[in-house]
Design a protein around this ligand. Structure first.
Ligand SMILES: Cc1cc2nc3c(=O)[nH]c(=O)nc-3n(C[C@H](O)[C@H](O)[C@H](O)COP(=O)(O)O)c2cc1C
Length: 342
């Protein structure tokens, strides 16, 4: 017997007898047969409020100026919201069952995200829910062929990226590949065929691997870097850093950064080695600076710097700037000053 798990299903469809209703019933049946614990938030049945307002809080920290993120951090939400948050905290797996409406989730479900999730202090692969899995089940009116990369409606995984990545992975969830049920009973499979493959998938859902999204650690500078940064070893055994920048990003500023890095040679500046175009990315190979950024050191070591240490950091930065000015380069805005110090 496999380990007993806790599953929360967020169900967003107004009609229990619908195909989505059948997906919900099938999921409950499968998990209960496996003796897992199941909780359901049937949003229409609960009359869940879709619109986030001041009324979501029992008291306001700043009643003069309503700033939702500030208020959410006070943990003063009304019970309707707190109950949902507790269910999410309880669950090992959260499943969202909904129809695609106007290329997105029904408003009642969007409202659930707006009101229940908030910007917890840790995000993405370090997010508060990183031990939990999540899964979307989406039914569409249009057939699969319309939702391919070159199809009329566009790539459906990109359409739902705002949920899979922007909501779920943002809060730390391991996101399983979405279950798509295309044009059920019309141009695609029958409802029975869809329910059968849904059943087969759910039976072994806990063995599945999540989607491979880039983690915060790949982006340095608390995710602010323009592209992910990876450690690599050259054939001669030298450790280098490789920054991978998607070509569709602001490539002009990257090329400018490369041309500045190429001309610089100073102990306080990151050395540039080479760059390559690979598939849809530009790979920039440069000096590897272990230790991370100053902000990372403060956060991970949970320390504050002494005045001597701050003086040493500032001295290193100034040495880099003095070199820049002596070379008549413009250092503003680009990222190549070394952030570690000795
Ligand atoms: C308000 C609304 C918007 C819809 N928007 C889309 C859409 O953007 N793309 C699509 O493929 N189907 C769309 N549909 C069709 C539904 O996705 C489809 O009817 C539903 O997934 C079928 O499942 P059900 O029988 O459980 O309702 C929309 C339906 C409604 C009512």
């Amino acid at each position: 017997m496999s380990e007993k798990k806790k599953i929360l299903i967020i169900y967003a469809h107004p009609e229990p007898k619908s195909f989505n209703g059948a997906l919900l019933n099938k999921a409950i049946e499968i998990f209960q047969n496996q003796e897992h614990e199941v909780k359901v938030s049937d949003l229409y049945e609960m009359n869940f409020q879709a619109v986030a307002t001041k009324k979501d809080f029992t008291s306001l920290k700043n009643p003069e100026f309503f700033k939702m993120q500030l208020e959410q951090r006070q943990n003063n939400m009304i019970d309707e919201i707190k109950n949902e948050q507790k269910k999410v905290e309880w669950a090992d797996l959260v499943i969202f069952i909904f129809p695609l409406w106007w290329s997105g989730v029904p408003a009642i479900l969007k409202g659930w995200f707006d009101r229940v999730f908030y910007q917890w202090p840790k995000l993405y692969d370090q997010g508060v829910f990183k031990e939990k899995k999540s899964l979307l089940s989406v039914s569409t009116g249009a057939p699969r062929s319309l939702y391919t990369e070159r199809g009329l409606n566009g790539n459906i995984s990109k359409i739902l990226y705002s949920i899979t990545h922007g909501c779920l992975y943002f809060c730390g969830f391991q996101v399983l590949p979405t279950s798509y049920h295309y044009s059920v009973g019309q141009s695609e499979k029958t409802a029975e065929e869809c329910l059968l493959s849904w059943e087969e998938r759910l039976k072994n859902i806990f063995d599945e691997k999540p989607l491979n999204f880039n983690g915060l650690k790949d982006y340095g500078e608390r995710g602010l870097s323009q592209g992910s940064v990876h450690q690599a070893v050259t054939k001669t055994g030298q450790i280098v850093a490789i920054k991978k920048v998607p070509i569709e990003e602001d490539i002009d500023s990257i090329i400018k950064e490369i041309s500045i890095m190429k001309q610089c040679d100073h102990v306080r500046l990151v050395k540039y080695y080479d760059s390559y175009f690979l598939d849809n990315e530009l790979w920039i190979v440069m000096e590897y600076c272990g230790g991370g950024s100053v902000a990372d050191i403060i956060e991970f070591c949970e320390i504050t710097f002494t005045e001597d240490q701050i003086a040493s950091i500032v001295k290193s930065i100034l040495e880099g700037l003095v070199y820049f000015h002596s070379q008549k380069k413009n250092p503003s805005g680009h990222q190549s000053r070394k952030r570690t110090f000795n």
